[in-house]
Design a protein around this ligand. Structure first.
Ligand code: SDX
Length: 431
């Protein structure tokens, strides 16, 4: 538990007690008021969507939404995107420090040696229809991993947690590529230990047994950046789902499957797929004003996918890097005048100038440009959230591991009940 600060908070409830509540100060970010002893005084707090609630203390990632700051173990995301790699960021997120050259080499070799999956898992895929959504397949297959690894399911054993982390980080690209290959009726490609993490993923996605596949280094670099930019984002919906699932002592594979399920929604990780669908629905720059008007219309449920964020009320720093990467990839592939990119850039310009979006601080988020990059690389829209899940796996695992590294309680929120008061059962013939 954090040390109380000298700052005090008191709550006076009419006809009830005046409570003095401890206030904790982090190294960065807002102070937090500890309300945990409210229940002993017969009260709960009410905070749907946890807009004002800190669910835990953590040292992994810090976001300043007002300034557009994202730090992983203190390092700005812009610097990590420029100088680091996804696997180096994985090491940083899990162990808390950047690796030495020797540590980095050992970690990369360890991950490479865990990229293959049990041959029996291949038959698991054949139980799905060919047109199954890859996220449905990923949910099922990752949850099923616990059936294969009985040697690493003791969540109280740090070594078991570490091997589970290695396996999940290493196997997610393999499982993701397998769900793509299954959907197009092509044979699964085995991972190769001589390729980097992102190169291996592209090889398993687009290679085939009939010819050598040459990985385009610009695309591999963009892919690695996409994994890195999605690696972690403090207590977002899917990470909170992983922590809550893990708080019951569930095994790591079940927890990551819960994170994948939470990520799937269009308000969260499903937004990158929804962005492309939206750009394709707009279809032409002449229709942008029509969709912007719909996004502003309270009666219309349509929202501009890829805009807005619960925490960022400034530019999402990841979106800036993603935009530069999109330009690099489209230039490399000779797609500079991609019509969807033109619509996206025009949409972004309007949203950054239009009062509605400016007042509500709706800036492009990480999902706005990632879909354009993935589409340019040749990855189908249905695989976009899968790519997000591959990148975010290390964040989920780092938070799960952090939770298990200190005393914790099972997560069990309460409620404001406004249903029926107690009443007696009514026999059928009296209803
Ligand atoms: C991710 O939490 C994370 O960190 C998530 C993430 C991560 O890395 O894990 O960053 C990844 O999920 C990014 C967000 C991807 N989702 C989208 O792009 C979907 C579109 N965005 C919205 O659905 C929305 O902005 C949310 C869900 C992202 C945030 O919603 P909030 O914080 O609950 O805000 P809200 O829904 O209360 O909206 C505030 C106002 C509302 O208007 P009023 O009721 O105040 O009049 O802004 C409006 C909303 O109607 N609004 C939008 C809008 N987003 C919010 N209006 C039009 N288009 C939008 N995109």
């Amino acid at each position: 538990m954090p040390e109380p600060s000298n700052i005090k908070a008191t709550i006076t409830i009419e006809n009830g007690p005046t409570l003095e509540l401890p206030v904790y100060q982090g190294t960065l970010g807002p102070d937090v008021v500890d309300i945990s002893n409210l229940t002993a005084n017969g009260r709960f707090t009410f905070d749907p969507g946890f807009v004002s609630t800190a669910s835990c203390e953590s040292q992994i990632t810090f976001i300043d939404g007002g300034k557009g700051v994202l730090l992983h173990r203190g390092y700005p995301i812009e610097q990590l995107a420029k100088h680091s790699s996804h696997l180096e960021a994985c090491y940083l997120l899990i162990y808390g420090e950047l690796p030495t050259a020797a540590e980095k080499e050992e970690f990369e070799a360890t991950i490479a040696r865990h990229t293959m999956v049990h041959e029996q898992l291949r038959t698991f895929y054949s139980g799905f229809r060919r047109d199954a959504h890859p996220m449905a397949i990923l949910c099922g297959v990752v949850g099923a991993l616990s059936a294969f690894y009985h040697d690493s399911l003791d969540v109280s054993d740090e070594k078991h947690r570490e091997i589970a982390a290695f396996r999940l980080i290493a196997k997610m690209p393999t499982l993701a590529a397998m769900s793509y290959k299954f959907s197009i009726g092509q044979p699964f490609m085995y991972p190769r230990n001589d390729l980097s993490y992102a190169e291996n993923f592209l090889h398993m996605m687009f290679g085939n047994p009939c010819e050598d596949y040459k990985v385009n280094p610009v695309l591999a670099s963009a892919m690695d950046k996409i994994f890195l930019l999605h690696a972690d984002h403090e207590q977002n919906a899917s990470t909170s789902a992983v922590r809550l699932t893990g708080s019951s002592g569930a095994n790591p594979f079940a927890c990551i499957a819960a994170g994948i399920a939470a990520l799937w929604g269009p308000s969260h990780g499903g937004a990158n797929e929804a962005v492309l669908e939206m750009l394709e629905e707009i279809g032409d720059e002449s229709r942008i004003d029509e969709f912007v008007a719909r996004a502003k219309d309270k009666e219309d449920p349509f929202r501009l996918m890829g805009f807005g964020h619960r925490v960022y009320k400034n530019f999402d720093p990841r979106a800036k890097v993603m935009k530069e990467t999109a330009d690099e990839v489209l230039k490399e592939l000779g797609l500079d005048d991609d019509p969807l990119l033109k619509i996206a850039k025009r949409l972004e310009k309007i949203a950054l100038e239009d009062n509605y979006f400016v007042e509500k601080k709706l800036y492009p988020n990480v999902d706005f440009y990632s879909g354009i990059i993935l589409k340019a690389i040749g990855i189908p829209t249905s695989m976009f959230t899968v790519i997000f899940a591959v990148g975010r796996t290390v964040g989920w695992i780092a938070h799960w591991h952090e939770m298990h590294s200190a005393p914790f309680k099972i997560g069990r929120p309460r409620q404001l009940y406004n249903g029926h008061k107690q009443r007696d059962y009514v026999p059928t013939d009296k209803r």
